[in-house]
Write a protein that binds this ligand. Structure first.
Ligand SMILES: [Zn+2]
Length: 201
């Protein structure tokens, strides 16, 4: 996984937050999905389509997958896991779409657990998902650096929050915030939300 791939995922997450005018946490990931023109179905709601695509097998192996059909991305996700996990899966699949991993007649999947053998695409989609659901500059402004805080604020699992908390500590040590114009734009968008949270303390 190269630094360039990481930058691409990070910048794409910022760009989508900006394009979709996201200004509060937890991020409404389903609304982003609709806004980007993706069709979104839980495995239960989308079973007929899944059968038509002949991808029933995927529902047993993965928490989510995306199919591009006639230029429209269809995201399917497991609704038998906690909401926090559903959100991450949807964000991960959006990552595959905006990062250009999904081609006609191909499909991407969300593995049950991140594994060392994951492809670069998988890593990139996870980086995108973490960054769109838990933007570092907003967490920093709210001093949300502990696992539980991040989990509650962003609606992500304990496990995903642990990764993010670790990352926040690194970023805060380096004081690396708002040096990129896209990140500054995201921060401007979130400012009223941050102010109201700080005032209500
Ligand atoms: Zn994936």
């Amino acid at each position: 996984m190269s630094y360039k791939d990481y930058q691409t995922a990070r910048n794409a997450a910022w760009q989508i937050l900006i394009d979709c005018h996201v200004d509060i946490l937890p991020v409404d990931i389903r609304a982003i999905c609709r806004r980007l023109g993706c069709k979104l179905y839980s495995y239960d709601a989308g079973w007929k389509l899944i059968a038509a695509f002949r991808l029933q097998e995927q529902t047993e192996k993965a928490d989510g997958f995306t199919v591009l059909y006639r230029d429209v991305p269809y995201i399917f996700y497991s609704n038998s896991v906690p909401e926090t996990r559903q959100r991450f899966t949807i964000a991960h699949e959006i990552g595959h779409i905006v990062l250009g991993h999904v081609g006609e007649g191909k499909y991407t999947i969300m593995n049950r657990e991140p594994a060392p053998g994951d492809s670069a695409d998988e890593t990139q989609a996870n980086q995108f998902a973490a960054r769109i659901l838990a933007p570092a500059c907003v967490l920093n402004a709210l001093d949300a650096v502990e696992v539980e805080q991040i989990s509650l604020l962003c609606g992500i699992s304990h496990q995903a929050s642990e990764f993010r908390a670790k990352r926040m500590k690194q970023l805060r040590t380096r004081g690396k915030f708002l040096s990129h114009p896209l990140e500054r734009e995201v921060m401007r968008q979130f400012e009223p939300f941050v102010m109201s949270r700080l005032e209500s303390r």
